[in-house]
Design a protein around this ligand. Sequence first.
Ligand code: FE2
Length: 317
Amino acid sequence: MVTCWYHGYTYGLNDGELKTILAAPEDPLIGNASIKTYPVVEKYSIIWVFVGDADYAPIPPLESDLPPQESKDYAYYSPNLTDDDAIVLGIRRKGESNWRLAVENGFDPGHVLIHWKSPLVYAHDLAVPLGFKPTSDEAVKAFEDADGPKGMMNMYPPDADGHSNYEPIFENAMLGVRASGGTPTLGIRTSMWLPGVLKVENFPFPGITAHEMYVPIDDKSYEYWELLVKTAPTEAERERFTDQYENYLRDAVFHDFNDDDLWARDSMQPFYEHDVGFAEEKLCAMDAVIVAWRKLVARHARGIQTPPMELGIKRRR
Ligand SMILES: [Fe+2]
């Protein structure tokens, strides 16, 4: 049970029913009031909450809402969140935009240029291009197996035969702009999975996977989760990665690099508010994956939730 510190209302954690009131144990309200509860599962170092509709049934398995496990045989294997020996470290904060803008920003091939002056890029001389141009229909891959996770992947790494489906753009001659950095990051691959889970393989370095999750609070804000995943079978390796995370990666990846994304999404909110932006936006070839994602969502979304009532304000009809 959980008891409110203010008036002592005490609710059951399993069913949300009012079990007692601390200072009024005989009150007739007891047993006649309840609060909403959510299904919860603790797995992969995280407590997951199913925030779908209250009457949604059956509750889908957690794994159907997470990126599928990549085989360790894959040439550019990057740790899976679901690996037995994975260590998962991260933060949560709030973004001030519609969560859909956050999702689309996460794997947008045309926004990479906002990161090119990031300290992370300088520290490691990373070859971060200005953007990525799709050069074949294979550049974007959809995952739609009936029982599996639904997602959309940017096929940045070359195929097994060496053929590339995306061309990194490093220069704009008219503007005299060239991306800095020299070391290509092998195996970077981004993918987005319903209901809004980003996977960035081999980022910031080979052997680390970055995840982001965007959970709508309402239509103008979302919970922004940022995670780094690494395979660390021994205690010494876990300690070493934790040390590297706490003293460097947390600031360099989340607060320098990802701050630029957070700022970009917040900046787009006024344009897209009231859905005007979705009518006025101008898409180009780099947005192929964004358009494909929107179609995928239209095919597989579990429904559209109404926004929560604002406290103290009656919902407009
Ligand atoms: Fe970004």
